[in-house]
Design a protein around this ligand. Structure first.
Ligand SMILES: *Cc1c(COP(=O)(O)O)cnc(C)c1O
Length: 383
């Protein structure tokens, strides 16, 4: 088949299904503002929950790291790309989160792919919450193991699937805080079900780490659950990028031997590892930031009761406003943009049909006035 004919057919299919995606050039963004080439917007689409992407101590840690190590790691961690900065960060993460070992990956996506690909064989089974992040679902689909999905946040549904026989190992997979609804997984129940059947739990806490739990240790710590495998990512509350897998000694040794995403990929720049170490310290000492975020969440929820849209039960920084209608969600997002506020509309199939929404995220950098401004514009839209 002709290459260009193939590409053009696939592209026009995409266009027709209104799934067309576009990138836009921005100058920069942080937990409060987004600067496009021409304008400045109040940013309610940021994952920079604690505002650490612009934290001066983290920035200078990166600068010092670059002075000390140069800008790149020079290779995979298995060749020459594993430095003191990487080792210290792994140790710091392991101590903080109460695991024997932490292994760094270049991104959350790559950690999920690498861990699942390395651990799962043809006889095995993955049972995942059906709303798990694309990086988990895709890793599961590409692995030779069988994939089963349990109903979102329903341990009984998980128990039903666990009761079915499997000759190999079973890995149960969920997120700590779900990215589209902002709801917590019932981790204690899920881990209980998983353990009594002798299996392992893997939790991806991309949206919980840094934000909840004592010292920001995340949703597992908050719910007193210690999954066998914990994934934390650094692109959200840490304000940087990268990820780590927390596990026991034996699993870490196994991943060092078998995880191809570790073996065949350049490790993160040592300067980034050094900046991440500073971000961990900021998070550990970040009660004030977390309090400010919580105040913003509470204030937002109080004010948003008065809007003609439905709030969810979310108590986290992810506060979707369900507007149901696809077109309405788009025109609302456009209207907000005209008024200087940046909020993304999320439509099916990313979310279930009839649940189009504005996915509002709050950060510690927002002020109550910022939230007032958002409310004002949302009210105006109605009238
Ligand atoms: C953002 C996210 C990822 C991907 O992490 P990156 O470091 O951005 O690749 C993985 N899982 C979840 C739940 C996420 O929200």
């Amino acid at each position: 088949m002709d290459w260009s004919a193939y590409l053009s057919r696939q592209l026009s299919e995409r266009r027709d299904t209104s799934l067309w995606r576009q990138r836009q050039v921005n100058q920069k963004s942080d937990g409060r503002f987004l600067y496009t080439v021409d304008d400045k917007y109040l940013n309610f689409s940021s994952n920079d929950y604690l505002g650490l992407s612009a934290n001066s101590a983290v920035i200078s840690a990166w600068q010092q790291g670059a002075e000390q190590y140069g800008v790149g790691s020079g290779g995979s961690g298995h060749i020459a790309g594993y430095t003191k900065a990487h080792q210290l960060l792994e140790q710091q993460l392991a101590d903080w989160l109460g695991y024997p070992k932490a292994l760094l990956f270049i991104s959350g996506y790559s950690a999920n792919q690498g861990v699942i690909a390395a651990l799962m064989t043809k006889q095995d089974r993955i049972i995942a919450d059906r709303l798990s992040h694309a990086s988990l679902m895709e890793a599961a689909m590409h692995s030779p193991a069988q994939l089963r999905r349990f109903l979102h946040n329903q341990p009984e549904s998980l128990a039903d699937l666990l009761a079915k026989p499997c000759i190999g190992k079973t890995l149960v997979v969920t997120e700590g805080v779900f990215s589209m609804d902002g709801d917590y997984a019932p981790l204690a129940d899920i881990h209980q079900q998983t353990k009594i059947s002798g299996n392992w739990l893997m939790v991806d806490d991309a949206h919980g780490i840094g934000v909840c739990g004592e010292q920001g240790r995340g949703s597992c710590w908050q719910q007193k659950v210690k999954p066998e495998i914990l994934i934390v990512t650094f692109g959200k509350a840490f304000g940087l990028s990268g990820a780590a897998v927390l596990c026991d000694e034996q699993t870490a040794e196994y991943l060092i031997q078998y995880a191809r995403h570790l073996i065949y990929s350049t490790s993160m720049p040592p300067a980034q590892a050094q900046a991440l170490s500073e971000a961990v310290r900021q998070i550990q000492a970040g009660d004030e930031l977390r309090q400010r975020l919580q105040q913003n969440i509470n204030y937002f929820r109080r004010q948003a009761q008065k809007l003609p849209f439905n709030l969810t039960d979310s108590t986290t920084a992810i506060q979707p406003l369900i507007v149901s209608d696809n077109e309405l969600s788009i025109s609302l997002s456009r209207y907000l943009q005209q008024k200087g506020i940046w909020v993304t509309a999320i439509r099916p199939p990313t979310v279930p049909p009839g649940s189009a929404r504005l996915r509002i995220t709050l950060t510690a950098s927002h002020t109550l006035q910022d939230i007032d401004m958002l409310m004002e514009v949302l009210h105006e839209f109605r009238s």
